[in-house]
Design a protein around this ligand. Structure first.
Ligand code: PNW
Length: 484
């Protein structure tokens, strides 16, 4: 071997051995949401949210658990920040409780104690060198607005605009990353189609589309307000948050491949396409119109955007906030009946898990790490979002401290995020795992644990203890590479 060949040979070996690195300025962090962690449900002038009301209704939540106290982060936020700092995390995604700031959701009364709480939290984060990434709305709609029709009433978009403006005014000097809404898809399916989450309205085949329509308008309104009134002085970014799971066709036949398209477009596309491309996905428009007609309607159950609305909603996102957890296989189903409208029949597929995938403690969550790389590529190609933040990704178990299942999950998904960055040149700038702490998991109460930090819900102190996954994640954040 000549000297040059030897050099090249060793160069290749070293190149293969040195692990892939996350970009130097990549931000590792963790996430949570107001109703799931804060408690203080009626403290210091906070108004009622629809989740307070839903959780206080017997039979809605496992064990009739509530978020009344949750992790008590309303009182223990300094401890939360200290943990983030100890783990070397650089971004914290949290949400503002709308009724903690505006007890009735309307701008007539601002609750100063609520304002102080979030100003203090943000200051604590900044002092620890942690970037706040703030969700304005993570499902705790003021009950007053829920009674006015909630996400079925298009005027909620105007109320949301007023609330967003107040938050930009109050906190925008300190906050550079905003997400107006969390997962409109989950609210619209579970709140207004099946009814197993608040506000609990099983309006099959209809509620979901009206809810999607109002969410899109509300998101766009918040973006425009920021763009017109705050961007030049505050210089932050307002992203669109959406959950996108990955769907594989169960076979290569054209029916199953079409079912895959429907799954992606009714799931991810229904909410993202209006924001990035100015209208619903064509597949959804055609499918709901077809079925509505057969069902005897003179109009489509999917609301139509006016030309003015299309202009208004198009391009209203500065980065994509992706929530991603799981994958499914889909198999097409034939249209059977037209006697009762439903999302299920609009979708016309069966979804299952591949038998080789491990299953989390949550029924819907499977381990398929390449799914996240597929979704990142899908989102990047379809929406060209510029920057992407993975705003949620995580695993549920029964709360064990040595949570090797979560370590396996995070290792697999983060490796695929890294491949998407390095191999596919996708601009993922940050990752906030769901979740920092075990918390109130909606209608599952405290039975599903997603935290990298354990919370003892039996102790009045709500004692926090690091799990194995937190120790592992700390090393990843420090090394900026996937470690064992
Ligand atoms: C997200 N599903 O919700 C939410 O943004 C979080 O508040 C929540 O804690 C987290 O994921 C874990 O569940 C989802 O049934 C809830 O497919 C349910 C589903 C998806 C997302």
């Amino acid at each position: 071997m000549g000297a040059l060949k030897v050099l090249v040979f060793f160069g290749v070996i070293v190149g293969c051995l040195s692990a892939k690195q996350f970009p130097e300025n990549f931000l590792f962090g963790a996430a949570g949401a107001s109703y799931q962690i804060e408690g203080g449900w009626d403290a210091d002038g906070k108004g009622l949210s629809m989740w307070d009301v839903f959780a206080h209704t017997p039979g809605k939540i496992k064990n009739n658990d509530t978020g009344d106290v949750a992790c008590d982060s309303y009182n223990k936020y300094k401890e939360d920040v200290a943990i983030l700092k100890q783990l070397g995390l650089k971004v914290y995604r949290f949400s503002i409780s709308w009724p903690r700031i505006l007890p009735k959701g309307i701008p007539t009364e601002i609750n100063q104690a609520g304002v102080d709480y979030y100003r203090n939290l943000i200051k604590e984060l900044k002092d620890a060198g942690i970037e706040p990434l703030v969700t304005l709305y993570h499902w705790d709609l003021p009950q007053h607005l829920a009674e006015l029709g909630g996400w079925l009433n298009p005027r909620i978009a105007d109320y949301f605009g007023d609330y967003a403006r107040i938050c930009f005014e109050l906190f925008g000097d300190q906050v550079k990353y905003w997400l107006p809404l969390n997962e409109p898809g989950t609210t619209c399916v579970h709140g207004y189609e099946t009814g197993d989450l608040a506000p609990g309205l099983p309006l099959s085949g209809e509620g979901i589309y009206q809810c999607a329509y109002v969410h899109v308008l509300a998101h766009a309104k918040a973006w425009h307000i920021y763009n017109d009134e705050f961007r030049s002085k505050q210089g932050g970014k307002v992203g669109f948050n959406n959950v996108c799971f990955w769907f594989y066709p169960k076979s290569n036949n054209s029916e199953d491949i079409e079912a895959q398209t429907r799954a992606m477009e009714f799931g991810c596309g229904l909410y993202a396409n209006p924001i990035y491309n100015g209208d619903w996905p064509q597949v959804v428009i055609d499918r709901v119109a077809y079925r509505s007609k057969k069902e005897g309607y003179s109009f489509s159950r999917l609301p139509t955007f006016t030309e003015e609305e299309k202009q208004y909603i198009n391009g209203t996102s500065d980065y994509y906030g992706l929530n991603m957890y799981t994958s499914y296989l889909v198999e097409a189903l034939a249209d059977e009946s037209f006697d009762s409208p439903s999302l299920e029949q609009d979708l016309a597929y069966n979804s299952t898990a591949d038998p080789s995938w491990a299953h989390s403690a949550s029924e819907w969550l499977n381990l398929d790490p390449p799914g996240i790389r597929n979704v990142l590529n899908y989102v990047n190609e379809k929406y060209n979002p510029g920057e992407i933040v993975v705003t949620e990704n995580g695993w549920s178990d029964n709360g064990e401290l040595d949570d090797q299942g979560r370590v396996t999950y995070l290792k697999g998904y983060l490796s695929n995020v890294l491949d998407a960055i390095v191999e596919d040149s996708i601009n993922v700038i940050a990752y906030t795992t769901w979740s920092l702490m075990d918390n109130f998991e909606w209608n599952q109460g405290y039975t599903q644990k997603f935290g990298i930090v354990q919370v003892d819900f039996d102790s009045p102190n709500r004692t926090r203890t690091l799990k194995s996954s937190a120790e592992w994640y700390k090393r990843v954040a420090a090394a900026k590479e996937i470690v064992d």
